[in-house]
Design a protein around this ligand. Structure first.
Ligand code: NCD
Length: 304
């Protein structure tokens, strides 16, 4: 099968099947322990990452497969000036599937166009992060029991937060999903996503700077980190980094069944005092990411 660069590379039916596979893996992991035996996943991570890379690696190991990895641009030929296109042509000779993270928007697309094996985008700059979205969808499904009829608050860095961009694209498929976009003025959702994704699909959204005010209406609160590495100016980052800090106090008016998510890593956005709240789903979200990556790897390798 093809590559997954954007969450929209997967149809709604594909996503449903991946969710069903992930739930089956959770119910009976032993059944999947040899599914990718003899297959190799290459992780090409040209940007710092621990959890996403380890999640892909753990996913492949739990399927009985093997992993080849590059975790730093400096330790690869990219530091010698090799193009992404050449890198993946070479890696296609070694691996059956590639997961790539890159600081430049569009690099995984270039990779997919040049690789002879499927490429999974594991995050490209401030653009997209489809496998985080698969983790998010499974989390919403498991926590809320549905993917439609939801009010979802997205809070923090909506400008550079690629996980948010992919999640909005995915949710445009489901009915009666409303977004409340909570961010400082400077970190509002890019206009192209408001127009080309939300308005085009008739999605309802509102923008606000006030988290506490937005809280009572939310079924899901998705917190994000201010993306330090995408700022041109350190002073802007310092000024904006602690715009929103979720505390038990701020959750006072939240629904009892609201689900609190965060793609992690967390810096300051959620006080550790929130961790023991049963609504805090962000560590369960991590585990869901591994199951969805297992399901996706199997799908792209054509394993039943
Ligand atoms: C996110 C990412 O890399 O975009 N993390 C992740 O993949 N788990 C969010 C972030 O870095 O803040």
């Amino acid at each position: 099968m093809k590559s997954v660069i954007d969450i929209r590379d997967l149809s709604t039916q594909d996503i449903e099947k991946l969710l069903a596979t992930a739930l089956d893996i959770i119910a009976d992991p032993g059944k999947y322990a040899q599914k990718c035996r003899g297959k190799k996943l290459a992780t090409l991570f040209f940007e710092p990452s621990t959890r996403t890379r380890l999640s892909f690696e753990a996913a492949m190991y739990e399927l009985g497969g093997n992993v080849l990895g590059v975790s730093e641009a400096q330790s690869s030929s990219a530091s010698k000036g090799e193009s992404v296109a050449d890198t993946v042509r070479v890696v296609s000779c070694y691996a059956d599937i590639i997961a790539m993270r890159h600081p430049k928007e569009g690099a995984p697309l270039v990779a997919a166009m040049n690789a002879s094996v499927p490429v999974i985008n594991a995050g490209d700059g401030g653009h997209n992060h489809p496998t985080q979205t698969l983790a998010d969808l499974l989390t919403i499904w498991r926590e809320k029991g549905r993917l439609d009829d939801l009010v979802i608050g997205l809070c923090g860095d909506l400008k550079f937060g690629r996980t948010v961009h992919s999640l909005i694209a995915a949710m445009s498929r489901y009915s009666n999903v409303k977004f409340v976009l909570i961010s400082p003025e400077e970190l509002r959702l890019p206009g192209y996503i408001c127009k080309d994704v939300m308005e085009k699909n008739g999605m309802v959204y509102e923008e606000t700077t006030d988290l506490v005010d937005a809280m009572p209406a939310l079924d899901v609160l998705y917190m994000t980190r201010v993306q330090k590495e995408r700022f041109f100016n350190e002073a802007d980052y310092v000024r904006l980094k602690d715009s929103y800090i979720l505390t038990p106090e701020k959750l006072k008016n939240a629904r009892n069944d609201m689900c609190i998510m965060h793609p992690l890593p967390r810096v300051n956005e959620i006080s550790v005092a929130v961790d023991k709240d049963p609504r805090a789903a962000y560590f369960r979200q991590v585990l869901n990411g591994k199951y969805m990556r297992m399901a996706l790897i199997m799908k792209l390798l054509g394993v039943n």
